[in-house]
Design a protein around this ligand. Structure first.
Ligand code: ADP
Ligand code: MG
Length: 448
């Protein structure tokens, strides 16, 4: 019975994840047990288990739920093989570094395409740069360095670049991998005395995309190796695309020579998502879900509510939707706002912005070099009024406090004063791009 369900689940996974991903990751799995909401699956390596859990865990759970089985936990057991001489040995993909082409890197998620990347103000620059590279303009800017907070689409864009290049230029050797995997391969090569091979392989790449380089911070020998690979490729005018969760200059533990080389191309950041972008993304995911499963009934206003309430991280947004999808397939009726609120209570709570008015005031005092007592005083000279308005504006935007509450905190002012301040800052933002950048910078410092 269980095995039969597993093979059904596999069939559906093949459809939803695509043939490639399915064959690489899901097919080799076997179900060991399924009991009390826990499914145990066998894998060959820990890496495999981690990867599957991170990338396909939700999908696997959803597919189980379609057969009325709620799986809350996935566990991966590492398979051991008994060799003829009775030595028990873990099967590890030792020869992986000897493979050519795409197997040198990590597999690409076929959902991460340009077609499915929703473009909005916060990511339009990064998107445009990524498109440029994907179009084969390998000389444009080298390296391209994409950075931004968690879940803002860096990995998605990198996969999209790699996929498109591979499709359009069959003769190009395009390798995508995370910095962690780079290190893994490097250590493996050291251990297996395959360093020459390793170097040769990485130096024969035409386009190298390395994700999450902040991971290399403090890992000196990996950095060193990366640096040499990097230089060799740049010297041969090969293309490099890098991502990190922060700007090159802000990655502590990164050697200066690497930092400066990373900065010599184009550095673009993905800004935190705004409401419009979040709504666009939700809409795209819902449309896509409908195309695949065509049964989904969501009441008006639910997506708007989620876009409003859930923080900037798109992954969290997706997690919420995934749960709604699973929920909808279980209850088989329309998802209403109340149902959404209830089933997503934990996510909604965690997304509540945690910036406080105190923090905002302190940051503003710092930034504009004014005293706290002045900020709260009745003084109206411009050098104080403007920072005060800015602080009120940020308090309105980053906390859930109401106009009257904010007024009270700022020396017992009337709520109309706060409303006026918010409008004033919005006006200035739209007239003056420098000012608008200041606001953005402050917001980011506070949310960091
Ligand atoms: P990062 O690598 O920056 O942490 P990811 O690229 O892994 O973020 O994105 C997290 C999830 O959000 C992915 O499933 C990705 O497809 C999705 N996502 C992020 N940005 C967008 C976007 N602009 N349009 C559609 N999906 C997005
Ligand atoms: Mg990523």
């Amino acid at each position: 019975m269980t095995l039969k369900i597993w093979s059904q689940v596999c069939k559906n996974l093949e459809k939803s994840l695509g043939k490639n991903n399915y064959h690489t990751w899901i097919k080799p799995l076997s179900l060991i047990s399924l009991d009390k909401g826990k499914a145990v699956l066998s894998v060959k390596t820990r890496f495999q288990g981690d990867w599957i859990s991170r990338n396909y865990g939700d999908q696997i759970k959803i597919q189980f739920s379609k057969f009325g089985i709620e799986v809350f936990r996935l566990e991966f057991k590492i398979e051991t093989v008994i060799k003829a001489d009775n030595n028990v040995e873990k099967t590890e993909p030792k020869k992986i570094i000897l493979d050519r082409g795409s197997t040198l890197g990590a597999p690409l998620d076929k959902r991460f395409t340009f077609g499915r990347f929703v473009v909005g103000k916060p990511n339009e620059l990064a998107h445009a740069a990524a498109r440029r590279v994907a179009a084969g303009d390998l000389t444009a800017f080298n390296p391209l360095f994409l950075y931004g907070g968690v879940g803002l689409g860096k990995t998605h864009l990198m996969h999209a670049i790699a996929t498109e290049l591979r499709q359009n230029s069959l003769d190009l050797k395009v390798v995508y991998l995370s910095a962690e995997q780079f290190m893994y391969r490097f250590i493996q090569a050291l251990r297996d005395k395959q360093m020459m091979n390793f170097k040769e392989l990485f130096r024969s790449v035409d386009v190298l995309l390395v994700d999450d380089v902040q991971f290399m911070a403090g890992k000196d020998s990996t950095q060193d190796e990366f640096f040499h690979t990097f230089n060799a490729l740049i010297d041969q005018q090969k293309k490099i695309v890098i991502s990190a969760d922060r700007a090159p200059g802000e990655i502590n533990g990164l050697e200066d020579r690497i930092r400066s080389r990373l900065q010599c191309g184009l550095v673009v950041d993905l800004h935190p998502t705004d409401y419009e972008l979040r709504l666009g993304i939700l809409q795209e995911k819902v449309d896509n879900y409908r195309v695949q499963y065509n049964e989904l009934d969501i009441a008006k206003g639910v997506l708007e509510f989620l876009a409003q309430k859930i923080s900037t991280n798109v992954r969290v947004l997706e997690g919420a939707l995934t749960r709604l999808f699973a929920f909808s397939s279980l209850v088989g009726r329309q998802i209403t706002l109340e149902m959404a609120q209830e089933s997503l209570a934990d996510i909604l709570r965690a997304s509540d912005r945690k910036v406080t008015i105190d923090e905002i005031m302190r940051k503003i005092c710092d930034y504009y070099n004014v005293r706290m007592s002045d900020l709260l005083s009745p003084r109206r000279s411009r050098s104080i009024a403007r920072p005060r308005q800015m602080a009120m504006y940020l308090a309105k935007n980053l906390t859930s406090r109401s106009y009257p509450e904010i007024g009270r905190r700022f020396g017992n002012r009337d709520h109309t004063t706060v409303m006026h301040a918010v409008r004033k800052i919005e006006d200035l933002k739209s007239q003056d791009s420098q000012f608008s950048e200041d606001v953005e910078l402050l917001r980011r410092m506070l949310e960091a």
